[in-house]
Design a protein around this ligand. Structure first.
Ligand code: F6R
Length: 600
């Protein structure tokens, strides 16, 4: 996720811009840049890669400007490259800006600007904003900004500098964070508090549709219609380390709480008038396939298990979901009539990459579902769809998993649409409500924390579920074991009496998921068999299910059964998190694990 810094004051701007970008590094980025307002005009220096590459490039310049903007980019439109890096400027370099967010209608705006004779240097959506500013500027930068904001759709945090009005920076936000700070001798802005904390704890938070004009000794705030407004200053009560985590104790917790937003981002622009829009795949003729493989590792494999079942149900195409380390060595039956889908947060997992290359060599059409733009898997696949989870820092995957589920469900319905199969429109409508339900589930954190106490002193736990719930319990068990080191096994509930029930004894804890109406009652009766042998049970189900004598029953909001897989992930993630906390585990960096498994 991109980072923004801006400085308007009496001291040199560059040191502030760079230290701020440095403090935002934890968010992840693939390129960086700055624009300084120098005596002879705007000077922009930017490049692909780490901040140290930018610093090396900057050593060729002597930049003395007192006004400037900076950016670290996490690519969304256009690969990481020098040209796609921010800041972006107009042709004569009189206006320059940095942007976080996504301009959803950039294609139309780009067409419009091309017709007016503008040309584009980058593949980014952000460049349309600066060219529109150029087009609308008529002696008043604020008026031009207002006009541009009325034309763009999507999300933005923007900082704009111009030689036309060289005493100010204009900033604006919608659905992308932006904080303004007061430091001695200057006003500053950033996308996140850590960038400011070394300089000040006195900040103003911009709300959606608000703008501000920063001058050296003054700041003015404006509402969406350009009317001046007053804003209260807030004092940040915590230090830099805590701020990187937005005040959360761990990245894992922060990322769990980011899910409503990133699910929204992943859905954004992909459902229009009951239709799923995945333009990235528009050239695929899905009628050519007689089989679909889903290939991934770990959490991404669990998302694939769910996604594959959904696709099979809606399209009736035969599907196989398999872990990449098996696929690559088992001589899978793949040919040019196979569609192979590779799911990976990092896009760098060695086994998944090798499996992808094998499938391509055998003639399959390949789609990558990745989170990191420009990652190897996303570049190697024929087609790519991105989840919009932003950088995932905690080793245990949480927000990547739920955004993968969302995208895989969209994909299944997209394929059905392309095959002219009638789909369940209710589910498509309900997708939009998922972020609100996730918020509702997050609010019950105390309940999940109380369950964690049941696990604190246990060596083993058992997760059971059927159908889509089986994928959910596999993921719940993985989360628990990797962060809390409580051994957790997940079983298809129907398999209990074929062996695992021998393990159940008084005091055992069984975590059951029963959200699929056609099969929930069966899982609930399996629970009774474990209760009869002394187990304590945590049951996650939906309202309307008949449940008797289960000590801890939690009712999930009722949505289409397919979407329950997304909702049920929340209590299970928080259960794992709280158990790890009670046990004093290193939540964000569990022992023996790496975030990106680039070796076999
Ligand atoms: C578990 C976890 C891992 C990854 C797996 C695949 O929380 O994070 O199981 O899901 O290593 O990683 P990616 O998705 O990067 O291919």
């Amino acid at each position: 996720m991109c980072g923004i810094t801006a400085y308007c004051g009496n001291d040199l701007a560059l040191p502030f811009l760079l230290q701020g970008l440095n403090k935002l590094e934890y968010r992840g980025y693939d390129s960086a840049g700055v624009t300084l307002l120098e005596d002879d005009g705007l000077v922009t220096v930017k490049c692909r890669g780490r901040l140290k590459n930018l610093e090396e490039k900057l050593s060729d310049y002597t930049l003395k400007g007192h006004i400037g903007i900076g950016h670290t980019r996490w690519a969304t439109h256009g690969v990481p490259s020098n040209l796609n890096s921010h800041p972006h400027s107009n042709d004569d370099e009189t206006i320059s800006l940095v942007h976080n967010g996504i301009i959803e209608n950039y294609r139309e705006l780009k067409e419009e600007l091309l017709e007016k004779g503008y040309h584009f240097q980058s593949e980014t959506d952000s460049e349309v904003v600066v060219l529109l500013l150029d087009y609308y500027y008529d002696g008043d930068l604020f008026a031009a900004t207002k006009k541009v904001l009325s034309r763009i759709e999507g999300s933005y945090a923007l900082c704009i500098v111009s030689t036309f009005e060289p005493d100010k920076i204009i900033v604006a936000r919608k659905d992308s964070p932006l904080v303004v700070g007061k430091v001695s001798n200057a006003y500053v802005a950033a996308s996140d508090i850590p960038a400011l904390l070394e300089y000040t704890k006195d900040v103003y938070f911009l709300n959606d549709y608000e703008m501000a004009v920063l001058e050296k000794d003054n700041i003015h705030f404006y509402s969406h219609d350009g009317k001046p407004i007053e804003k209260d200053m807030n004092t940040i009560p915590y230090d830099i380390e805590a701020a990187k985590k937005d005040g959360y104790e761990h990245f894992m917790l922060k990322e769990i709480y980011e899910q409503p937003r990133v699910i929204n981002e992943t859905l954004r622009g992909r459902i229009v008038n009951d239709k799923i829009i995945l333009d990235e795949l528009k050239d695929i003729d899905f009628s050519q396939f007689n089989k679909v493989y889903y290939v991934a590792c770990g959490t991404a494999y669990h998302a694939s298990l769910c996604g594959s079942q959904v696709l099979e149900r809606v399209t009736k195409l035969p599907v196989i979901a398999t872990v990449a380390s098996e696929f690559r060595y088992n001589d899978p039956i793949v040919d040019e009539h196979t569609l192979a889908i590779f799911v990976s947060q990092s896009g760098e997992t060695a086994d998944t990459l090798a499996a992808l290359r094998l499938a391509k060599a055998k003639g399959a059409t390949t789609i990558a579902i990745a989170n990191v733009l420009g990652s190897t898997i996303s570049r190697d696949a024929h087609y790519v769809l991105y989840t919009c989870a932003g950088p995932e820092i905690a080793v245990a995957s949480t927000k990547a998993y739920t955004t993968q589920l969302v995208l895989l469900i969209l994909l299944a319905y997209y394929v059905a649409q392309k095959l002219n199969i009638e789909v369940n429109l209710q589910l498509i409508h309900e997708l939009d409500t998922i972020p609100d339900y996730v918020n509702q589930l997050l609010a019950d954190h105390d309940i999940y924390a109380s369950w964690a106490k049941m696990l604190e002193n246990l060596h083993d736990t058992y997760f059971i579920g059927r159908s889509l719930d089986y994928a959910s319990v596999l993921e719940g068990a993985l989360k628990l074991k990797e962060v809390s080191y409580v051994h957790a096994d997940a079983y298809v509930a129907g398999e209990l009496k074929h062996g695992p029930i021998a393990l159940i004894e008084p005091g055992s804890v069984v975590i059951a998921v029963a959200t699929q109406p056609h099969i929930a009652a069966k899982t609930i009766s399996n629970i009774q068999e474990t209760i009869a042998r002394g187990a304590r049970v945590i049951l996650l189900t939906t309202e309307g299910q008949e449940v008797k004598n289960v000590e801890n029953t939690y009712y999930l909001p009722k949505v289409s059964p397919t979407l329950q897989s997304i909702l049920v992930a929340i209590p299970l993630q928080l259960l794992a998190y709280y158990t790890a906390c009670i046990k004093g585990c290193d939540v964000d960096k569990p022992r023996n694990l790496a975030k990106s498994v680039t070796v076999e």
